[in-house]
Design a protein around this ligand. Structure first.
Ligand code: SF4
Ligand code: SF4
Length: 448
């Protein structure tokens, strides 16, 4: 393990130094947010990038130190700072490990917002970020149009050709292309505006949050989620006014785009009273539960976001609390579970998915060593930091193979994509499923 570099030695009296050109309002951490860090280092071995490289500057403590120095104007907001912050997965494992209550997720999102405002990234990167966060993700029709183009690429033989001719390697895109999700034959968007009745007596009325890219890559997962909810007595409303949750934009520091999306989702979901707003995507759920962080207390949206967050539930959390009422058929499978970072570290949900899996008769559940460490998916991290993402994935697939489980289960679409790519790259021949997909199989409900 490397020694702490001089520029990351613990800082004393950080809050007494006059501030530089920080943000004001809801984006800016208070001095006390930084001062929670007592430099104890208990987070270090829980941090995936520190575990890989052993560098203080790529540890939670080292990153917080750099954020403080930049905020005070004592460290240049330049390439070195940007690199260390970009290399952070925003997995928030450090939050779970921290005995001092450091809200690292808040701090890194603020640092990224500062970078977005004050640092000029290379032209291609600026264009790609502008395109993704402002021109694509907030617009369902553009997501669908892009997905159709990608589907043509995947189904027409172009993908095979590109892979076999080596052109992807030549363009430096081979690794990224391997992580591209398979586009669905039909998209979930056609279900927006529909209400699915509960089977049997109604136990709850819920709104389903369907995601953005998930609507063109996880249509079957979304349908399975609705089947499991309705089979367990829930009426499910798929609200037509919903948009992307804004998680990817917020994590990238594009907070105005995230705020715009949050405003629209708040307006759509608070029109009606639901028992819960349910999501099957841990990354979305974590952001939806933190919409209040995007607004100052003076803004009307803050109060709305507090009311909204009280209703948001991950589907595993919701079902484990409601209790399964639909009969489960035996599934004689050996199964392991990878914790999704934004479920475990973002939402502090560990037991609910395990309880649901253990409720399936005949299923043999084995814990995955280091399941709390990120698989390398982390939003768009596998696209922006592909090598690190693949290194983390390789370690994950090694641990998963050691469990001898036939199926790896997780609770977030991003993790599903990453682990599916992992089984192909490492030829482990394991099945990758969401918790609700396994429940759906055990319920043997008719496929609609
Ligand atoms: S565990 Fe918490 S207090 Fe200790 S160094 Fe890490 S972030 Fe700071
Ligand atoms: S969020 Fe994850 S990668 Fe970033 S500092 Fe914390 S543990 Fe490390």
């Amino acid at each position: 393990m490397s020694q702490m570099p001089p520029d990351t030695a613990p800082l004393e009296h950080a809050a007494t130094v006059p501030r530089g050109s920080g943000f004001h309002g809801p984006d800016r951490p208070k001095d006390v947010d930084y001062l929670h860090c007592i430099h104890c280092g208990l987070c270090l071995n829980h941090c995936p990038t520190y575990r890989l490289w052993g560098l203080e500057a790529d540890s939670p403590r080292g990153r917080i130190r750099q954020m403080v120095l930049v905020d005070e104007g004592r460290l240049e907001l330049g390439e070195s700072f940007v690199r260390h912050i970009d290399q952070c997965l925003d997995c928030r494992a450090c939050e779970t490990a921290c005995p001092s209550g450091v809200e690292y997720g808040k701090l890194v999102e603020y640092a990224r917002a500062r970078i977005e405002r004050d640092f000029k990234r290379p032209l291609f990167s600026r264009m790609a970020r502008h395109l993704a966060f402002r021109n694509l993700l907030p617009h369902p029709s553009r997501i669908a149009a892009t997905a159709r183009v990608l589907r043509f690429y995947q189904r027409s033989g172009l993908q095979k050709l590109a892979r076999s001719t080596g052109i992807l390697k030549l363009l430096g895109l081979a690794d990224r292309e391997r992580l591209l999700p398979r586009i669905d034959d039909s998209f979930f968007f056609t279900n927006l505006g529909r209400t699915f009745p509960a089977s049997g007596p109604r136990r709850a009325r819920v709104a389903f949050f369907a995601g953005c890219v998930a609507q063109v890559t996880f249509t079957q997962l979304n349908k399975a989620t609705i089947r499991v909810l309705t089979a367990n007595g829930c009426e499910v409303v798929v609200h037509s006014g919903q948009l992307c949750c804004g998680a990817l934009a917020a994590h990238a520091g594009v907070r105005d785009a995230a705020r715009d999306l949050a405003r629209k989702n708040l307006a759509a979901f608070l029109l009606e009273d639901f028992d819960a707003i349910v999501t099957n995507a841990a990354g979305c759920g974590s952001t939806l539960k933190e919409y209040d962080h995007l607004f100052s207390r003076e803004e009307a949206e803050h109060e709305q976001a507090v009311a909204f967050r009280a209703k948001v539930r991950d589907v595993t959390e919701f079902l484990a609390t409601l209790g399964l009422s639909a009969p489960l058929q035996p599934l004689p499978l050996r199964v392991t579970y990878q914790d999704s970072c934004h479920l475990l570290h973002g939402q502090k949900i560990r037991n609910a998915p395990r309880e649901l899996l253990r409720a399936i008769p005949g299923l043999e559940f084995v814990e995955l060593p280091y399941s709390e460490i990120c698989c390398g998916s982390a939003g768009v991290y596998n696209v922006t930091q592909t090598k690190t993402s693949l290194d983390l994935l390789a370690e994950k697939m090694n641990h998963a193979a050691a469990t001898r489980a036939q199926t790896i289960v997780t609770a977030n679409p991003g993790c599903l994509l990453q682990l599916r790519a992992g089984t192909q790259i490492h030829h482990t021949n394991q099945n990758i499923l969401h918790v609700v997909e396994l429940l759906d199989r055990a319920m043997k409900t008719p496929i609609t």
